[in-house]
Design a protein around this ligand. Structure first.
Ligand code: ZN
Length: 277
């Protein structure tokens, strides 16, 4: 079944049965590959912004990851990173608040895709964890790709009530969890808290096993270990509940947690053009 058709079926199921998962299709190809792309990096001025009362005045380097998933004929990109226009800025993109991250883009997303032989038009689906600029910066490199985003995030008014996405961009407004390909291989997990409609992604790889891609459900390992909630989060209780939800899924699935912004962890992982199977 094509992705577009599956999306229609999923929408129909959501509409009729109130559930957002498709029956597992035993014949589906599943995920073949997962690539980790460098979609930004740079120093955060004061990481106590993310861990109130702890790490006061301490600077730390962040990374910003995008993840490219090959499923049959489809390519799904999870999070799109800092806009690749920043690659042309020698001093990077300085934040309004110096405690936040100064983003640099050492290599464009387009160039990284080209390196592995993927054209932007090959990407049939996008899913974003949430609508902060370091996650949606390159959405419009893929104007025809179906965008999977929580309805609560899509409809969250931006500054001056501006929409979060171009209205003409094809979008599936997800409510809760969604099994994107209908075979249990790639599942959106609703993990609100950082923003109203934050989501994470569970990927079932044939060799690697289950990996949960955090989005910004957590920013770095010590915050995960101590269940710390950043001051800027939309809802603290929801954030804690979402971290616990992920922890329960990881223990049930014997899965790994890949933390999007954690530089120390990412240094232990293979980056594109290497990939996970
Ligand atoms: Zn982020």
């Amino acid at each position: 079944m094509s992705l577009a058709l599956r999306t229609l079926v999923a929408a129909a199921l959501v509409a009729t049965a109130g559930i957002a998962t498709l029956p597992h299709a035993a014949t589906a190809a599943g995920v073949e590959r997962l690539y980790i792309l460098n979609c930004g990096e740079g120093p955060a001025g004061d990481i106590s912004r993310w861990s109130p009362g702890v790490n006061e005045g301490q600077s730390m380097d962040f990374v910003d990851s995008c993840y490219l998933i090959k499923h049959g004929k489809d390519w799904l990109l999870w999070d799109t990173g800092v806009t690749e226009a920043v690659a042309a800025m020698p001093n990077g993109l300085a934040p309004a608040d110096p405690r936040m991250v100064t983003w640099h883009v050492p290599r464009t997303l387009t160039a990284q895709l080209q390196e592995i032989g993927v054209a932007p038009s090959d990407i049939t689906a996008l899913a974003v964890s949430h609508t902060h600029p370091d996650h949606i910066g390159n959405v419009e490199l893929f104007p025809k790709a179906m965008l999977y985003v929580q309805k609560a995030e899509y409809e969250w008014p931006g500054a001056n009530n501006t929409p979060r996405f171009k209205p003409e961009h094809p979008a599936t407004r997800v409510e809760g969890d969604l099994d994107i390909f209908g075979d249990g291989s790639v599942t959106i997990l609703a993990t609100p808290g950082h923003t109203p409609g934050h989501q994470s992604l569970m990927v079932r790889l044939p060799r690697t096993g289950v990996v949960v891609l955090t989005g910004d459900a957590v920013h770095f390992q010590s915050n995960w270990d101590n269940r710390r909630v950043p001051a800027m989060n939309f809802n603290k209780d929801e954030t804690v509940a979402s971290m616990q939800r992920i922890a329960d899924i990881l223990s049930r699935e014997h899965g790994q947690l890949w933390i999007n912004h954690d530089k120390a962890q990412r240094a232990t992982l293979k980056l594109s053009p290497a990939f996970y199977e």
